[in-house]
Design a protein around this ligand. Sequence first.
Ligand SMILES: *[C@@H]1O[C@H](CO)[C@@H](O)[C@H](O)[C@H]1NC(C)=O
Ligand SMILES: *[C@@H]1O[C@H](CO)[C@@H](O)[C@H](O)[C@H]1NC(C)=O
Length: 274
Amino acid sequence: MDKHTSGNKATEMGVINALFLLSLTFSNGQISSNIGICYGQLGNNLLSPYQSIEFINSMKAGRVKIYDANPEVLKLLAGTGLHVSIMVPNNEISNIASNQTLANQWVRNNVVPHYPQTMIRFLLVGNEVLSYSSDQDRENWFNLVPAMRRIRASLKSLNIRNIKVGTPLAMDVLQSSFPPSNGMFRSDVSERVMVPLLHFLNVTKSFFFLDVYPYFPWSADPNHISLDYALSRGTRFTYTDPGSGLRYTNLLDQMLDSVIFAMTKLGTPMSSFR
Ligand SMILES: *[C@@H]1O[C@H](CO)[C@@H](O)[C@H](O)[C@H]1NC(C)=O
Ligand SMILES: *[C@@H]1O[C@H](CO)[C@@H](O)[C@H](O)[C@H]1NC(C)=O
């Protein structure tokens, strides 16, 4: 979803593709086609895939992200006009990173049968991979970009040119996020993962996917963060970053900017992402 707000670096640059998790149960109205729906299937008493996609369509959303490449869902999305993000599961990343044949198989099995009737536009490799930290998970951190390169090579070899390869990260990729001008990536991933990742995204003209939940910082400190500020509701409360002089009217912009500042510190000018 593109947030249109003013006076802030993140939105001027328009580069962060943040899909917000909207609960299907309380979103009844029609919403703009800029909105993307994250369609997860973990839960009880869910609507059937057919009903879910009818519902997403009736909301006039423009995009949907699924957390796998469920063939039933992808088939139902054919011809809907929805732009679709699909995902390689975290546990397949290390094999794909080390073997081009496996990358090719993944694309052949999960993309080719549905493309182009289903408008797959993003192929996300893993979900918040840098947020898991067992010994095995850490190995995965360093397999992430190699796996993305292989998936991209597979798409290219099949002459599929309008599917961008990305990977969604969470805010915990930052070591510091406050004030936003202090934004910095974690030292355990900064050089070894973020530098090659940002390079890959730039060279392939892809997008930086970020899962941003203002709810989390608010709920950790509800006495110090105004609820209106967290909900982007009203401008009574503002925060001015002493480092940059930028004034924020909501927590979402503040969080996005902390990531932009972290990127800038790695010498990745964001204009190159457009
Ligand atoms: C890559 O995976 C394929 C398919 O499973 C397998 O046949 C091949 O031996 C693997 N190559 C390497 C180098 O492990
Ligand atoms: C991004 O890519 C462009 C070419 O498309 C290049 O000129 C620029 O230096 C790159 N920036 C970074 C930070 O890699």
